[in-house]
Write a protein that binds this ligand. Structure first.
Ligand code: DON
Length: 560
């Protein structure tokens, strides 16, 4: 572990004055009071405002993380919320090591009574698709172990936001449009999305969530743990049952987060901490970056970077497909899979001139049906939180238990089934087959890099493409030191996930570079959209400056 105890951010007062200078100078720049700078990056202006208020009132990064998680659930109900799961990578400024909170959903006990292959919709829409949520339990843990604020003050801003509502923005309106068919044909969800005339809500309309505000108030009165055994649980279970679901009260009572060791590794002089199983993120990120590192001194490294990056993704994602799943249900030798011995075998397969044939069929369409959320926080003391939260695809299972306002996840779709791929085109092995109480394999990759120059807190939504996006950003930081942060965030994304055998290119990907890949033998597919929403806090040690980077691909995109 190379994180020093004499952490540069511990110089609290000096840093604090810098932070406040930043707050005031940027307030002059931006007319909206939402746009003041603090060490929080999220895709939601509401969540960022609420989180920054907590920091300015003296709260720490963990207080802010609780407030931001709740506010994201309210303001982006298509992406995350208390009906979902996720992963928090965090470190107190006084700790040497990071902690990884696994708040991944678990499969309900009775999943073995359902033939999930009978109907495609079982895993995607409605109560059968729901895994027992982990977010309330994670917030409970963070609140009890890291927080300095009263629970009320962390929840209240989200109660207000849900109660009074907010204007639907472009992203939200697009998510509604994507799910239009299902929303309009489903009584349970339709009433939330139509106006008095029965028309679908659109950009600029007010989105009010009275039921959700009452559920959040329930937390304020009874604690986050009340989600799992209370009158609120009864409400959830009753509505799930009436609508044909299988999660019962015992599933809620049994739910427990897991505290795990993050994946930690070094590239050059940088130390990277990232998600461990049941997320594949950290291991695959490590393999990709280690493979690239092995070529980084070659004179051809820079000109052949795209080719090398594709080959390293192909080889790393192959392990995701074959060897990974819930570590509580499988004996997975994660140390070996991340070892130099194992990675060297992959490195030997790479040729500068010839493309590796992954020997997989390519009959798979990947869909752009997804929303999730990532936020990054560094506070003035040097406390760090990197968190990716999700209800899986847009609006999760599109099921909201009566009277709760809580959008439930559809994370059972992240399990693997023989000869089938999931929403993200991912295939998996028996390690990730559905079993009662098991956690589905994830790609969420909350990550923190630290070296002598910087601390970078990073992550993004994007399904299977999460890992490649984090790898692409960090590899440019690590191996192209002259690139500005603005350049790096704007580099067009490339993605290969072993299956299908295709290189996906963003719409903005340069045509000449695409031709070079084609000539080399890569099977490329340029999509008609760009993907991702990287949310990064970058602390520069030399002058104590914090850069908050919101991905320009999402409408709020900016760097300041
Ligand atoms: O856990 C996973 O890997 C996925 N359920 C995450 C979903 C996601 O990122 C959708 N995003 N845009």
């Amino acid at each position: 572990m190379t994180v020093k105890t004499s952490h540069p951010l511990i110089k609290f007062s000096a840093f604090k004055s810098k932070l406040f200078k930043l707050v005031f100078s940027s307030a002059l720049f931006f007319s909206s009071s939402f746009n003041y700078a603090c060490g929080i990056a999220t895709s939601s202006l509401h969540a960022e405002r609420i989180g920054c208020d907590v920091l300015l009132k003296g709260g720490n990064a963990f207080d802010a993380a609780i407030a931001v998680s709740l506010a994201l659930g309210v303001s982006e109900p298509y992406g995350s919320g208390i009906g979902g799961g996720g992963f928090f990578l965090l470190k107190k400024h006084t700790d040497a090591d990071f902690t990884f909170i696994d708040a991944r959903e678990t499969a309900p006990k009775n999943t073995n009574k359902i033939d999930y292959r009978k109907n495609q919709d079982y895993l995607k829409y409605g109560p059968l698709a729901i895994g027992t949520p982990g977010i309330p339990s994670a917030l409970d843990h963070i609140f009890k172990n890291y927080s300095t604020f009263k629970i009320n003050s962390l929840i209240y801003p989200s109660i207000e936001l849900a109660n009074h509502g907010f204007e639907i923005d472009n992203r939200f309106a697009k998510a509604i449009q994507r799910k239009k068919k299902y929303i309009l044909s489903n009584k349970n969800i339709k009433k939330l999305f139509v106006d008095k005339n029965g028309d679908l809500l659109k950009k600029g309309d007010l989105f009010v969530q009275k039921d959700l505000s009452r559920s959040l108030r329930f937390f304020a009165d009874h604690g986050f743990e009340s989600f799992y055994d209370s009158a609120l649980t009864n409400k959830l279970v009753k509505s799930i049952k009436v609508n044909g679901g299988i999660i019962n009260h015992q599933d809620f009572k049994n739910y427990q987060i897991r505290l795990r060791k993050p994946i930690e590794f070094n590239i050059n002089k940088s130390t990277i901490n990232s998600a461990n199983l049941p997320s594949s993120g950290g291991l695959i990120l490590k393999q990709i970056l280690k493979i690239l590192e092995s070529f980084s001194n070659s004179p051809k490294f820079k000109t052949e970077f795209n080719h090398l990056f594709i080959e390293s993704m192909k080889l790393a994602y192959q392990d995701r497909a074959f060897f990974l799943g819930d570590p509580d249900f499988n004996d997975i030798d994660i140390d070996y899979l991340g070892s130099q011995e194992h990675i060297s075998k992959k490195i030997k397969k790479i040729n500068f001139d010839k493309v590796i044939d992954p020997e997989v069929y390519e009959n798979q369409k990947t869909k752009n049906d997804s929303d999730t959320t990532h936020f990054s926080i560094i506070d003035a003391r040097g406390n760090i939180v990197s968190a990716t939260l999700s209800i899986n695809t847009s609006f999760g299972a599109l099921f909201v238990p009566e009277g709760t306002g809580i959008f439930m996840n559809n994370h059972l779709d992240d399990f693997s089934f023989e000869n089938e791929s999931n929403t993200y085109g991912l295939i998996g092995s028996h390690f990730n087959y559905l079993k009662p109480f098991k956690r589905p394999l994830s790609s969420m990759t909350p990550t923190v890099l630290e070296d002598d120059n910087s601390i970078i807190v990073i992550g993004t939504p994007g399904g299977s493409r999460i890992i490649s996006m984090v790898a692409q950003y960090l590899s440019h930081y690590l191996f192209f030191p002259n690139l500005s942060l603005e350049k790096i965030i704007n580099i067009s994304h490339i993605h290969h996930q072993y299956y299908p055998n295709k290189v996906f290119l963003e719409k903005s990907f340069n045509e000449k570079s695409a031709q070079i890949l084609l000539k080399k033998g890569h099977i490329t597919k340029k999509l008609n959209y760009n993907w991702g929403s990287l949310q990064i806090v970058h602390y520069r040690k030399s002058d104590g400056k914090i850069f908050v980077i919101n991905d320009p691909r999402t409408q709020k995109g900016r760097i300041f």
